[in-house]
Design a protein around this ligand. Structure first.
Ligand code: NDP
Length: 306
């Protein structure tokens, strides 16, 4: 029987593990399929306080993991395949193994939706990004493309105008899904060039290990064209990794876990932290902060039970 099990090994889960470890709760952290989370998909992180020269995303995760281990956190490789939150202790199945825990911290994150191209996968972190706040700075005085027509794409495009000479907004229709205010801002910005009715059919050039152009296909005419650019930002939305908890926890209409009074969920003893409950900020530092909150909430919950 565990006091605290944490699902997810990004900044939210690792910070929860650090705090729960220091509270002598001997937390067990299940690393999950995308171990380390979205930070492991990025290169230099320049907006995490404490690293004036920046830190590589994977290195930051490794440091957090070491720090949590220092205080007694244990790590389990594997993926949670089933949870039962209907009775206490909560029951989890991890790669065939059954676990019981008094409290659960869900920090399973969100995954950026991708286009599904082979070139996109190969160039991720090498010119292809899903986070303008993280990687925009590398495109100072360069030309970039942003894919998508919702608020995420709009935000990414607007942010990138701080650095890029031109931001090509590639959308598969001729009408944006983004909120009216974002649309106005986008269309007023001289650096943003909408490319309507177009999808990215390919990204060049994986052989060189860098982005040199996108191959666009017009959705109306089928015509293919090349558009030179140095970076591609995929802004077609995120999906919270919450399918395991559907029907067991309150979520919003797109599947983000609803939290209240800190990190509490609709089930007493279950806490959520990081991107799995945050469609708005989605930063490493906010995830880490909410992981801290979840661990403190779990500790107080256990104390109150005694
Ligand atoms: P959305 O689902 O709203 O938009 C996704 C966009 O990507 C759509 O324009 C969609 O096209 C396009 N798209 C989806 N899949 C593909 C694909 N395979 N190829 C090409 N294009 C594709 O997601 P968002 O992340 O933008 O927003 C999610 C929610 O979060 C919304 O409620 C939004 O308002 C909110 N949000 C709010 C922000 C803010 O207020 N500052 C910032 C970010 C998000 P199509 O339109 O044709 O479906």
């Amino acid at each position: 029987m565990r006091n605290v099990v944490i699902i997810g090994s990004g900044p939210a889960g690792l910070t929860a593990a650090l705090y729960a470890g220091r509270a002598n709760l001997a937390p067990l952290l299940i690393r999950g399929l995308e171990a380390g989370g979205q930070l492991t998909l990025t290169t230099l992180v320049e907006n995490f306080p404490g690293f004036p020269k920046g830190v590589q995303g994977p290195e930051l995760i490794e440091l957090m993991q070491k720090q949590a281990a220092e205080f007694g956190a244990e790590f389990l490789e594997g993926n949670v395949t089933r949870v039962d939150l209907s009775r206490r202790p909560f029951v989890l199945e991890v790669s065939g193994q059954r676990l019981e825990t008094r409290t659960l911290v869900i920090a399973s994150g969100a995954s950026a939706k991708m286009l599904g191209l082979e070139s996109e996968r190969k160039l991720l972190g090498h010119g292809v990004s899903t986070c303008a706040t993280c990687d925009g700075y590398f495109f100072r005085n360069k030309e970039v493309a942003v894919v998508g027509g919702g608020d995420t794409a709009a935000e990414e495009a607007l942010f990138l105008t701080r650095y890029a000479t031109q931001v090509n907004l590639i959308h598969r229709r001729d009408q944006l899904r983004a909120s009216k205010i974002m649309q106005d801002r986008l269309l007023r910005n001289e650096k943003i060039k909408p490319v309507w009715n177009s999808v990215v059919a390919d990204i060049l050039d994986p052989a060189k290990g860098e982005v040199s152009a996108v191959k666009l296909k017009n959705t109306k005419t089928g015509e293919e064209t090349l558009k030179g650019c140095d970076g591609v930002f995929i802004g077609i939305g995120h999906s919270p990794n919450t399918s395991l908890f559907r029907g067991q926890l309150e979520m919003n209409d797109v599947g983000y876990i609803l939290t209240r009074e800190g990190a509490k969920t609709s089930v007493p003893g279950v806490f959520a932290a990081g991107d799995v409950q945050d469609p708005v900020y989605r930063q490493a530092i906010t995830a880490a902060g909410s992981g801290c909150m979840a661990a403190i909430d779990a500790e107080r919950f256990l104390e109150a039970e005694h």
